[in-house]
Write a new protein. Structure first.
Length: 594
């Protein structure tokens, strides 16, 4: 006897047609029901009530708080009149707990959350399933029956107007930076929604949600993966090892609800595909714009900018205040505790957490002004995660700062030089961040320049007419960002040197594994010499892969059947010389924030 869910799933037009037209309808139906049983949530109010009580007792021991901000959006009202799908970014396995716990506690509604089947392991899989999680195979491109069963399950959830959630990046970020969205679940939800009966159909709203952790439970393993270590497959033992983290302090989790985006299927196949991609990136951008500056991300940004030395508390506060002032001017969100009247206490708490968790060392005495703070060398790559969560907010002021270094050193002399410089920088950074359009990019650049100069600047041409005093004022007012993205340029520089090394050795073709070994040799040599390379965290796999993409796009190298070959040695050499000169100038160019 079929239950209500099974009947609804089997009534989904595409699945029904697939089963009826198969060579063995009975076997296909049985397989579809088996697929459904594998994927479906098994929500239990009793279970989630028990989980709520458990988290009420345990979360305060781990976290200072979980801050859920709906930004004035009435989600209960939206759920009455629409089918809503939450689309958060994904930093940690703890995201499942934080978002679902706060959603249920606030609205007394379970979220039906899409989770990878890698989490469907005993006994944690049962707990997730009973709390509203449904499981999706990592890959099912060639299994049409499975795909249609998944669509049919989403169809059943939409039929009942259940709130749904999926992590749009498709997995946890290893670097802290937002990853480009995956389109699969957007497509399946829109497709399933299009088949709802008219009397059951309500507007389909995708609700962007940003989540920012002040400390990520599994950040050490994520950092290892980012630096080239293999991903450790989830297991019961691994997940229960999180119990050991009870001795750690995690600070706050910040959840921000963004402006919903309505979507519907378009008749034209090409237009519908483009519409889905536009929808995914619109949600992605809204999540990015709502990504808050947290005490930890701000503190780590400041401390990591000091490659070798340590920083006094007074200098940390001065730079933090300057960055928050910038955020206030350009509508970059930050947590309430970073307001001017609260910033010292809030940053002090964040620093205590990093010291308590063994990531930051204290140098000097506590009873006078000679105390300094420094991130331990072995923890720099790990804490880079938090800096990366907010870097996209400060990309343009860093680029302006780099332009000013080139201006002062006589490398930018004409408007065309300026335009070419900004276009080249944007071209490289697009491999690291999802960037605004060229028009938006230049518009924001001029706004930031005007604010820093304390006078209106309407075009890049006007920059060449500024007095030395105005030029210095801009550099000084943006000085707190002078090294913010320098570790990225260092990574691209050593990657280019590694490719150059093959040419010097007479190696014509090289595999990716050979390149990674050569890069390690080059990086170790360069950072020991400390002539140009100063940031240990600039050596990581994520950046290296992006550098290879950029070099291929620029035509420096080509990929020939899985092996790489230098295609334009002259252009590669010019790039090496250019980026080396910029890195050297940056080391000299050190304007203090006062």
């Amino acid at each position: 006897m079929l239950d209500k869910l099974q009947k609804t799933v089997l009534s989904y037009p595409k699945l029904k047609e697939r089963i009826e037209n198969s060579s063995d309808p009975k076997a296909s139906k049985e397989k579809a029901l088996k697929n459904l049983n594998e994927m479906k949530a098994d929500f239990s109010k009793r279970y989630i009530g028990m989980m709520e009580k458990m988290f009420d007792a345990t979360l305060p021991r781990l976290y200072d708080g979980i801050n859920f901000n709906d930004n004035g959006r009435d989600l209960p009202e939206l759920m009455k009149n629409n089918s809503i799908v939450l689309v958060p970014n994904h930093q940690s396995h703890a995201d499942y707990v934080a978002i679902n716990y706060m959603f249920y506690k606030t609205y007394k509604r379970p979220l039906f959350v899409a989770g990878g089947d890698n989490l469907n392991i005993f006994p944690i899989g049962k707990l997730f399933r009973k709390s509203g999680c449904f499981f999706i195979r990592r890959s099912f491109a060639n299994d049409i029956l499975y795909k249609f069963t998944m669509e049919a399950y989403l169809y059943a959830l939409l039929m009942n107007k259940e709130p749904i959630e999926f992590f749009f990046e498709g997995g946890r970020t290893r670097s802290g930076k937002l990853m480009a969205p995956k389109f699969g679940l957007y497509q399946m939800l829109i497709e399933a929604h299009s088949h709802l009966p008219e009397d059951k159909k309500s507007p389909l709203l995708f609700v962007p949600v940003s989540i920012a952790h002040e400390y990520v439970p599994e950040q050490k393993s994520l950092a290892k993966e980012m630096m080239g270590g293999k991903k450790v497959k989830e297991s019961t033992g691994q997940l229960f090892n999180l119990v050991k983290l009870v001795s750690y302090q995690f600070g706050n989790v910040h959840i921000n609800v963004g402006e919903p985006v309505e979507a519907a299927k378009l008749e034209d196949e090409y237009e519908n595909k483009k519409n889905i991609q536009d929808l995914a990136f619109k949600c992605f951008r809204r999540v990015g714009s709502e990504m808050v500056v947290t005490p930890t991300s701000l503190l780590v940004l400041i401390l990591l900018d000091e490659a070798q030395g340590a920083v006094r508390w007074a200098d940390i506060l001065a730079k933090a205040n300057a960055i928050i002032q910038f955020c206030m001017k350009f509508n970059i969100p930050f947590v309430e505790g970073l307001q001017v009247s609260k910033i010292e206490g809030t940053l002090g708490r964040a620093l205590d957490i990093l010291i308590g968790n063994g990531k930051v060392e204290v140098i000097g005495r506590h009873d006078n002004s000679t105390v300094f703070y420094s991130i331990k060398k072995e923890n720099r790559a790990e804490l880079l995660f938090f800096k990366n969560t907010i870097l996209h907010h400060f990309m343009i002021p860093w680029t302006i700062n780099l332009a000013w270094i080139n201006l002062f050193s006589g490398k930018l002399n004409t408007v065309e030089d300026f335009k070419e410089f900004f276009i080249d920088q944007r071209d490289q950074l697009k491999h690291e961040f999802y960037l605004p359009t060229m028009k938006e990019y230049f518009s924001k650049t001029l706004k930031i320049l005007s604010d820093a100069a304390e006078k209106e600047i309407h075009s890049l041409e006007e920059c060449l007419t500024l007095s030395h005093q105005d030029l210095y004022k801009i550099a000084s007012n943006l000085g707190m960002f002078s090294r913010t993205l320098s570790y990225i340029n260092e990574s691209y520089f050593t990657s280019a040197l590694a490719i150059k090394a093959f040419e010097k050795e007479g190696v014509e073709l090289f595999k990716r594994d050979d390149f990674m070994k050569k890069l390690e040799e080059v990086f170790d040599r360069e950072i020991q010499v400390a002539r140009v390379i100063r940031f240990p965290e600039s050596h990581n796999v994520v950046l290296t892969k992006n550098a290879i993409k950029y070099f291929t796009q620029k035509g420096f190298i080509v990929n020939e059947q899985g092996s790489f070959k230098i295609n334009d040695a002259e252009a590669l050499n010019k790039y090496i010389q250019k980026i080396e000169a910029e890195l050297m100038e940056q080391l000299k160019f050190n304007l203090r924030v006062v």
